[in-house]
Design a protein around this ligand. Structure first.
Ligand code: ADP
Ligand code: MG
Length: 728
């Protein structure tokens, strides 16, 4: 019987490729057609309802029931006209996926007949009977009461004849069980703090929005090969496989053209994205073979997060249609680059000013410097928390591996701004400035070029890099929900800006002029945050040493990272800004620790099974062939066979060595797993899995990968790297 691998390769060789049928229309003619956006609302609900909904959205207020009823009616009418039959609250529970429970609009009538219905209370609140979502002890399973509630700031959309209503997901006690709730709260906190600071410069600013532009990296693999790799199907990554002779050494994939089959997939999912109002703008190859990236135009952060999670779903489904699978795991293949999801973050006022873009006048540049320096301070004081927010088992395989930022926080500002900060530090003082000094400093600040978007001055090794008009948080993993790091960054910035405002106000009260007070505080921040600024190569060993000297923290393990959230100063920060309570932090910690232990447990079981039941029998089969060969030679050449078969005998011995090592390590790994499973303390268990079980995955893999180089290709049961990394 042919192995799974050869069946898969055979299937691929016979695969016929037909291009998808795509729209000929201009994108602008159908962009957002499946979204119940403000424009559509206006024609489906009364003006009063529309106005109060918009106010509620803009001011983050509750919507009253009467209006909810009207909106529900309008939404239903629109959705049914578009052919929708069901509706669903759509939310992002704490397990890196999205959840939906579909209910039909259809309602049978007592005594016959039926009608379509959807009431306001169903729009506003639902009880999804979601007892199996992760809740970290916040919700007793027997009570099974988590509520989802409509988030009116993100518009409803139709996918697969289902009206999806973006929602938050909370326990009946009001605690958040999802990513969105704290994100929304952090956006509100930052809006409040940033608006107050903007008021120092411009009284017209009444609202500050957070903007997010994510860049999503991913791998594609042919479906047949994917299905022939139980490690990929069950853990999202390959647990074995010798690196291909040719992978990314020649950089030819990054600069090459996109394979036709992949391009067809891209166009297909992009078309669906446009219908859903997701403004995808960029597509390109990435560094590793079969690795790609897509990025939209940035949007308001909450919507951008929804769009990212929605797009991931669309991409998964579209890939299947194209007989491929999309891998969002951060490190599906060893030896080549992993995948990240850069989060480009900035702040935009209601007056249309990007607060992280230099302006044209000394005044607007002082405002820019204020926000820029406060962001650096936030990264300085809360950087460890930034890094902790994206810690996960899968992302840990990517971070620090010379392809992604290390676990040390630093900020890259670019040479222009670095010089500006240095000279400000020198020129400014805490004493009263003379009019001449003031003029000189103003002139200096005025000279900051209004366009800093210089591609030659990009540092791709920094976790938090300033890229001309935004910060780019590059440590986020491709499978992470951007809401997790964004919640932290927003809250830290809110906290920092609040402190800034207090410090400036205190100086003003002491009689210092406003402009001077602002500059004095900025100067102190430049001095205090100096150690976090780094312009060099963040992947280098020298930086690790330098960072240590500077006293910067490096959080090396996932359990350590998860515990960072418990530090009193961080718990206090989240509480102060009403973003996460201590019990919510605890619940998240429990969920993440449990997931960590389970993920390694699954990997260990899968590898144990593959090694014992697929690899060992294959290796022994081939070893027997070699033994037969030596015996045959002995029969024919009784005098010379030893000399003739010396290399074969060495191969037999090598196989024996690896077979033994694999068998031993499987036993040892199983014992460790058993020991860990008996641990009742969550942290102890997760640490046990990381420290005691994980190392065996590497050891077993090492022997398997060596065997792959020795054993006859015809016998090898699982698709090899060179096969998985080619899409034709
Ligand atoms: P690069 O790979 O050079 O970083 P990309 O074009 O791939 O650039 O991605 C840049 C991302 O940054 C895009 O999503 C873009 O919309 C986003 N971006 C640009 N300006 C802002 C901003 N002010 N706020 C947030 N994101 C932004
Ligand atoms: Mg980028």
């Amino acid at each position: 019987m042919a192995t799974l691998r050869f069946k898969a390769l055979d299937e691929i060789s016979r695969r016929e490729f037909t291009e998808s049928k795509l729209s000929d229309e201009k994108i602008s003619s159908y962009f957002g057609c499946d979204v119940f956006d403000r424009e559509k609302m206006r024609s489906y609900i009364s003006k009063d309802a529309y106005d109060s909904l918009c106010n509620a959205i803009d001011e983050g207020r509750r919507i009253d029931r009467k209006i909810a009823n009207q909106i529900a009616q309008g939404m239903k009418t629109w959705a049914i006209e578009k052919g929708a039959t069901h509706y669903s609250h759509w939310f992002q529970p704490l397990n890196d996926s999205t959840a939906e429970k579909h209910d039909a609009f259809f309602e049978p009538m007592w005594g016959g007949g039926s009608f379509e219905t959807f009431k306001g209370e169903l729009l506003v609140q639902q009880e999804p009977d979601a007892s199996s979502f992760p809740n970290g002890g916040l919700r007793n399973t027997f009570e099974a009461r988590g509520y989802s509630a409509w988030d009116p700031s993100s518009p409803a959309f139709i996918i697969d004849k289902t009206l999806c209503i973006p929602s938050i997901f909370i326990a009946y006690t009001g605690e958040a069980l999802d990513f969105k709730t704290p994100l929304l709260k952090s956006i509100q906190a930052l809006d409040k703090a940033a608006t107050e600071v903007c008021q120092l410069f411009d009284k017209d600013v009444t609202k500050v929005n957070v903007t997010l532009g994510w860049e999503q990296e991913y791998f594609l693999i042919d479906e047949a090969l994917f299905l022939a790799r139980p490690d990929l199907t069950q853990t999202g990554r390959t647990l074995m496989g010798h690196i291909a002779a040719k992978d990314q050494q020649l950089d030819d994939h990054y600069f090459g053209s996109i394979p036709i089959r992949v391009l067809d997939f891209m166009k297909d999912f992009e078309e669906q994205a446009y219908r859903l109002g997701i403004p995808i703008k960029t597509r390109h190859n990435e560094v590793a073979p079969n690795q790609f990236e897509c990025a939209p135009v940035f949007e308001e952060a909450n919507i951008a997060v929804d769009h990212n999670t929605l797009l991931m779903t669309v991409m998964r489904r579209t890939a299947q249609k194209h007989k491929m699978r999309v891998l969002f795991h951060e490190k599906p293949f060893d030896g080549v680059n992993g995948s990240g999801k850069h989060c480009n973050w900035s702040l935009l006022t209601n007056t249309g000013v990007n607060l992280l873009a230099p302006g044209k006048t000394p005044r607007s540049n002082t405002q820019f410097l204020t926000f820029f320096v406060n962001a650096i301070m936030a990264a300085h004081d809360y950087g460890t928390l930034f890094m902790a927010s994206i810690a996960s088992h899968s992302n840990s395989h990517r971070l620090g591996a010379h392809e992604a930022p290390p676990a040390i926080m630093s900020v890259f500002t670019g040479s222009t701004l670095s010089l500006v900060l240095d000279s400000l530090e020198e020129r400014l003082s805490d004493k009263k400035m003379t009019p001449d000094e003031k003029t000189e400093i103003k002139l200096d600040i005025g000279k900051i070029p209004d366009i800093l978007l210089d591609n030659t001055d990009r540092n791709r090794t920094s976790p938090f890099a300033f890229t001309g008009n935004r910060f780019e948080f590059r440590a986020t993993g491709s499978s992470n929900n951007c809401a997790a790091p964004l919640t932290v960054i927003n809250t830290a910035m809110a906290d920092q800006l609040t402190k800034f405002k207090i410090e400036v106000d205190t100086l003003i009260e002491k009689g210092v002029k406003k402009d001077e007070a602002i500059l004095q505080v900025i100067r102190q921040y430049i001095i205090r945050s100096k150690k976090i600024r780094f312009e060099g190569n963040g992947y280098s060993q020298e930086w690790r040493e330098e960072a240590k000297k500077r006293g910067l923290e490096s959080i090396e393990s996932v359990p350590d990272a998860l515990q960072v959230f418990f530090r009193p100063e961080y718990v206090d920060m989240f509480r102060r800004h009403g973003v996460l309570s201590a019990s919510e932090i605890h619940a998240r910690y429990e969920i993440n620790m449990e997931v960590l232990a389970k993920k390694i447990q699954i990997e260990s079981r899968v590898l144990g099974d593959l090694a014992a039941n697929h690899i060992l029998p294959t290796a022994i089969k081939y070893q027997n062939v070699l033994i037969q060969n030596v015996r045959g030679l002995q029969e024919i050449f009784p005098d010379d066979y030893k000399e003739m078969s010396s290399e074969v005998i060495r191969a037999i011995a090598k196989i024996a060595k690896h077979v033994k090592a694999i068998r031993e390590n499987i036993y040892l790994m199983t014992d460790e797993r058993k020991a860990c499973n008996n641990m009742t303390d969550l942290e102890e268990k997760a640490r046990g899995y990381v420290e005691r079980v994980s190392p065996y995955l590497k050891k077993i893999r090492y022997s398997i990968d060596k065997l792959e180089l020795i054993v006859d290709d015809e016998l090898w049961p699982l698709p090899k790297y060179r096969e998985m990394m080619t899409i034709n």
